[in-house]
Design a protein around this ligand. Structure first.
Ligand code: NAD
Ligand code: DAU
Length: 352
């Protein structure tokens, strides 16, 4: 089996669900701390699936992680667990340092001890897959080429600095100890089960709830949108065929300005669920104070993973965003479960 961390979050949850779509898939031990971003409702379809073992705990807990490795003898670790929201890292960076840096350090140390005791094929085949972000490369100008794996690290937010630190630790454990690692740096994901404090799900829910659609600054910041199912497929490829010690950039070839993303969502909702007053959801767009240190543009050059491993995203932004909006319309129970009191507290803190 494999050990997945953060598998009750947005990308980790999609990864676990996609993994078990294959009836012959190996088991998964899913270690998640269930922070505000972790949600067992995402994993509900697996409740009776004996191949999925959920463990509530922290990647920073040495005894727990070492015990799980000894007990389950996974052939790989895929590390999704992180604090992932830039705005939250600006309000309070402490948890980001704790989980993203110390947590990754602890996982690496536990993995090193476990791998060191493996023998033969088990040792040769073991993998530590670290999931990271394009934000470690900093911000691009409008004319810069997209981020390649050769770009230097220039993180600008507490979140991206903590992820950059974790990437450096993973790299060092490969070069110093020979731990068999691969790292992937991906662009902005979107799709089902996305916690509604990130731009796309926030806008969908605010639109439906007759609330303002907050655009930071001038709305001309650019992100490179990657459908989460494509990201999960890319991770499976890298896990199976990635070269040890390498990093792979994963992107959707979908650069969009924030304002255009929001307008597209409004147009889709205008068709799928028109406002009662006949007006467009675009009327709810509201420009608000910019994010401090807001990175202007991210874009991924995903040619290495295509050339070396044959992966390319299947979704265009048009197809992916339609599926996503439809998913939120079709899943009110999941939404109801996540918009708790603490979610409302966050909206109050960030947007009031
Ligand atoms: P998320 O915030 O939705 O989920 C994170 C999950 O990790 C949650 O289930 C949470 O409970 C769990 N977690 C947090 N701290 C933990 C700890 N100490 N121990 C165990 N579990 C813990 O995040 P996501 O969007 O699914 O991102 C997953 C990974 O992908 C992160 O490493 C993130 O940096 C990276 N990433 C995300 C995006 C994106 O667009 N969402 C893009 C690039 C990279
Ligand atoms: O690039 C990869 C990163 O993408 C991941 O590493 C992060 O974990 C993930 O959260 C995401 O970071 P962003 O900061 O780009 O995502 P977010 O959805 O928070 O914001 C997307 C863009 O939209 C960004 O330019 C900020 C803007 N925005 C966001 C919110 C929440 C708004 O204009 N208004 C908003 O209310």
């Amino acid at each position: 089996m494999i050990l997945v961390t953060g598998g009750a979050g947005f990308i980790g949850g999609n990864f676990v669900l996609d993994w078990f779509a294959d009836p012959h898939a190996e088991g998964i031990v899913n270690l998640d701390k269930l922070t505000y971003a972790g949600n067992l409702a995402t994993l509900e379809p697996l409740q009776k699936d004996g191949r999925h073992v959920f463990v509530h705990g922290d990647i920073g807990d040495k005894d727990l992680v070492s015990g799980l490795l000894k007990q389950h003898q996974p052939r790989a670790i895929v590390n999704f667990a992180a604090e992932s929201h830039v705005d939250r890292s600006i309000h309070g960076p402490g948890e980001f340092i704790q989980t993203n840096i110390f947590g990754t350090f602890n996982l690496l140390e536990c993995a090193r001890e476990y791998w060191g005791n493996l023998q033969g094929l088990d040792k040769d085949q073991f993998r530590f897959h670290h999931v990271s972000t394009d934000e470690v490369y900093g911000s691009l100008s409008a004319t810069d080429p997209a981020f390649s794996e050769e770009n230097s690290y220039e993180p600008n937010s507490p979140y991206s600095a903590s992820k950059a630190s974790s990437d450096h630790l993973v790299r060092a454990w490969f070069h110093t100890y020979g731990l068999p690692v691969v790292t992937t740096n991906c662009s902005n994901n979107y799709g089902p089960y996305h916690f509604p404090e990130k731009l796309i799900p926030l806008v969908i829910l605010n639109a439906l709830n007759k609330k303002p659609l907050p655009i930071y600054g001038d709305g001309q910041q650019i992100r490179d949108w990657l459908y989460v199912g494509d990201h999960c497929a890319a991770i499976r490829e890298v896990l199976a065929k990635g070269k040890l010690g390498e990093t792979y950039n994963i992107g959707g070839w979908n650069e969009k300005a924030n304002i255009d993303v929001v307008k597209t969502i409004c147009q889709i909702l205008d068709i799928l669920k028109p406002r009662e007053d006949g007006k467009s959801y675009a009327d709810q767009i509201t420009f608000v104070k910019d994010r401090p240190g807001h990175d202007r543009r991210y874009a991924i050059d995903a040619s290495k993973i295509e050339r070396d491993l044959g992966w390319r995203p299947a979704e265009t932004f048009d197809s992916g965003i339609r599926k996503t909006v439809q998913w939120y319309l079709d899943n009110p129970a999941w939404i109801q479960g996540v918009v708790s009191g603490s979610y409302r507290d966050w909206l109050q803190k960030q947007y009031s």
